[in-house]
Design a protein. Structure first.
Length: 483
């Protein structure tokens, strides 16, 4: 329905320290090197100022195999085989290089000498264990389907194969990992850079169970490791001295004060509580009027699509005429320009700009704003001017101020053009997602962000039937699944 054209944030590029760190900065002739050997720019701040503070929601857990998206707003303490750079291109991380001749058998060559944050060796066998854990049916990982291109992964998740040795992932030796796919999968480098495609320490998992990510037990493998987690307050990460990879941090400390996503405000930034903060469009006009804040505003594109969904297998939204009428009653152009102030563009398909498959407004004729068409469809469906149509709830997930305004606009347009009475229901993330996957919502509004630049990232995950799709909605279509 709406695609995020950009995400805005404001940041102070010379960070002020909120507390001092150990003066571990080393001075060498012509160079300054931080506590983990990273050569700093000549104009870099002193060690005591190599700190960044930014708000993030508090994660339920740091276990990437159970809650892969809970840490997406934080500095991630685990490193996958590959990571994506600023252009979304996979680049080396735990793997120095990779190769394939047929797109089916992929060989990843891991960085020699890798260690966990406790100093113990990290090998290809740790990745084998971790992928098996993700795909173990007992893990109930809702994103297990993301790996169904891997040989036998789908059959294992569905319980058709019990032998984990059949999974198409094996370690040849400590530094060589082979992944086999069911068919050519040119996007596999993107798959192995996903948020939960990371190693987890088997000994910690087996010893502490779900508590292995508690601060006193956690062992990590990225450039940062967790030094403190004060529940309800903040999390602190510091450089891992055992990390020997290509992404050593410049910073000496990262502090995440916790804030609910719905409480979007720049006040903590203005009061010097944080150094970077996301900007809601409700603050944008004020920022643009302030010369200092305006100079610190950064915009970047976000691969997100906001969309409405329906419970399509029961009345009244089992009638495609009603669903089209809802779409035809919504003035996307007005919402994008007047409410979101250019921070989004109207969406007529799920694929956002940035994909080569993006088709702009090509599908507008099928679902674009047309109150007359919407009214006619409602009459055909037996609900003239909304008469007899049951009152609905529009579910929204922890909406921030601008999202709430969009929700109110949707509510108003449905009443004005269709005669439908809609009540907005806000729910926190946990409650919302629980009800989403149980199909307890007749009508909802939510965003989805692409994980890689292939339409499969969006179309399969949201709309393909289970188990390949995640089952967000009850809509299915065998023809679509075969495409």
């Amino acid at each position: 329905m709406l695609k995020a054209a950009c995400t805005a944030l404001i940041c102070c590029l010379l960070f002020s320290a909120c507390e001092q760190v150990d003066q571990t900065m080393q001075q060498t002739i012509g160079k300054r090197i931080n506590s983990v050997g990273k050569v700093l720019p000549a104009d870099a701040a002193d060690a005591g100022q190599q700190i960044i503070r930014f708000m993030s929601p508090e994660p339920r857990s740091l276990d990437p195999s159970i809650y892969p998206y809970d840490t997406e707003a934080t500095i991630f303490p685990f490193e996958p085989l590959l990571v994506k750079d600023e252009s979304w291109t996979p680049v080396p991380a735990a793997a120095n290089r990779w190769e394939t001749e047929d797109g089916i058998t992929w060989t990843f060559y891991l960085r020699p000498g890798m260690r966990w944050s406790d100093g113990s060796p990290l090998t290809a066998y740790d990745f084998v264990y971790s992928y098996r854990r993700i795909l173990n049916p007992q893990s109930q990982n809702i994103y297990a389907f993301f790996y169904f291109d891997i040989k036998n992964a789908e059959a294992i998740v569905k319980g058709e194969i019990d032998d984990m040795d059949a999974l198409g992932i094996r370690a040849v030796n400590d530094t060589t990992l082979v992944i086999e796919t069911e068919k050519p999968a040119p996007y596999l480098p993107h798959i192995v850079s996903f948020a939960d495609a990371v190693p987890v320490p088997q000994r910690q998992v087996e010893k502490y169970g779900r508590k292995w990510t508690d601060p006193e037990n956690i062992v990590t493998n990225s450039g940062f490791t967790v030094s403190e987690w004060v529940q309800g307050s903040h999390m602190t990460l510091v450089p891992d001295p055992f990390y020997n990879g290509p992404h050593k941090p410049y910073l000496e400390k990262v502090i995440h004060p916790f804030q609910d996503a719905s409480a979007a405000t720049i006040l903590p930034y203005e009061s010097d509580e944080v150094d970077i903060v996301g900007v809601d469009v409700t603050d944008l006009e004020r920022i643009q009027r302030d010369p200092a804040l305006k100079d610190e505003l950064v915009r970047f594109h976000a691969m997100n699509t906001w969309y409405m969904f329906f419970r399509t297998q029961q009345p009244p939204f089992n009638d495609v005429r009603v669903r089209e009428a809802v779409s035809r009653s919504l003035d996307r152009e007005n919402m994008a320009s007047a409410i979101l102030r250019g921070g989004a563009i109207p969406a007529y398909s799920m694929i956002p700009p940035g994909f080569k498959e993006y088709e702009g407004s090509a599908h507008e004729s099928y679902q674009g704003f047309s109150p007359d068409r919407a009214g006619a469809l409602m009459r055909e469906a037996g609900y003239p001017n909304g008469r007899g149509f049951p009152k609905q709830e529009l579910w929204m997930r922890a909406p921030n101020p601008s999202q709430r305004m969009v929700g109110v606009a949707i509510q108003s347009m449905l009443k004005q053009h269709l005669g439908i009475n809609v009540e907005i229901r806000s729910a926190d993330r946990s409650m919302y997602m629980d009800n989403l996957y149980k199909w307890n919502m007749n009508l909802g509004f939510i965003a989805f962000g692409a994980d890689f630049l292939d339409p499969r990232s969006i179309l399969d995950m949201i709309w393909h039937a289970q188990p390949r799709g995640v089952g967000r909605q009850d809509w299915t279509n065998p023809v679509f699944d075969r495409l």
